[in-house]
Design a protein around this ligand. Structure first.
Ligand code: ARG
Length: 263
């Protein structure tokens, strides 16, 4: 068993600045990991990635990411929505900074959680939110179920989020992005054993670690060729050598997502 960070809304706590809670939620046995940049990449803006949504609580404290796929539909992780209700969640578009007050804030009129979802390490980690207020930002397109070849090992993928910039660190006030290579399924299975469910997950990261998503990035996009192909889901620690980030394999759930987008 790994000390997997399948924690979810934990990030809300981190965003609120509770370092102690961060330790509690990670529950990782990983004693002392050197500070490792998650999105070891660089700061960016929602102007550059207009489909990048903050998923927040009612007080607009961000705890997960999401991807706008139509004017009123947002794809995120199922594990982000556990325990949430339509009144507890907001989606914020066009806001690059966590402490910003700009952009569009929408309430959520429906939360669809993949009915198969139990735990991120069992797969099925996808949810679709229906917005009460349409977003005027350009949505992302997402993979169709037949596009399984996008996950060829070594393919460059882009990750985005406001999550913690080190394993036990604090969230980034500004949106960040990085690129990571897709990892082969066999290699990911070697890292994670039976927790890696090949049909439902895809891994990305460098063998040596150093660049990864982390707590608070969950629900956000993994883009391949600019198209939504994965959802930030889980990993052992963050950016650790030998433990790539694990993302929802969106081709598997594309039809389910489309049914929600069209509903
Ligand atoms: N579960 C985390 C969240 O809720 C995301 C963890 C991603 N971890 C990783 N090593 N890529 O924000």
């Amino acid at each position: 068993m790994f000390g997997l960070n399948r924690a979810r809304k934990t990030a809300a706590v981190i965003a609120a600045g509770a370092a102690a809670a961060a330790t509690a939620l990670l529950g990782a046995p990983t004693a002392v990991a050197a500070p490792q940049p998650i999105v070891g990449g660089s700061t960016t803006t929602t102007t550059s990635y207009p489909f990048m949504m903050q998923i927040t609580d009612a007080s607009q404290n961000q705890f997960c990411g999401g991807t706008l796929v139509s004017s009123t539909k947002v794809v995120t992780a199922a594990h982000c929505m556990v325990g949430e209700t339509t009144s507890s969640v907001r989606v914020v578009g066009g806001r690059t900074y966590l402490n910003g007050t700009n952009g569009t804030v929408s309430r959520v009129s429906k939360i669809w959680i993949n009915p198969g979802y139990t735990d991120a390490t069992n797969g099925d980690d996808v949810a679709v939110l229906t917005l009460s207020t349409a977003m005027s930002y350009t949505p992302a397109s997402y993979v169709s179920s037949s596009q399984t070849s996008v996950y060829a090992a070594g393919t460059t993928a882009r990750i985005l989020g406001w999550g913690t910039t080190s394993e036990n660190g604090s969230s980034s006030n500004q949106l960040r992005t990085a690129t990571v290579p897709i990892v082969s399924d066999s290699s990911c299975a070697s890292s994670y054993g039976s927790d890696f469910v090949q049909s439902d997950m895809v891994c990305a990261g460098y063998t040596s670690g150093g660049v990864d998503t982390c707590q608070g990035d969950s629900g956000g996009p993994l883009l391949i060729g600019g198209v939504l192909a994965g959802i930030t889901s889980w990993g052992e620690g963050c950016a650790e050598a030998g433990y790539p980030g694990v993302y929802t394999r969106l081709t598997t759930f594309s039809s389910l997502v489309t049914a929600q987008v069209n509903s």
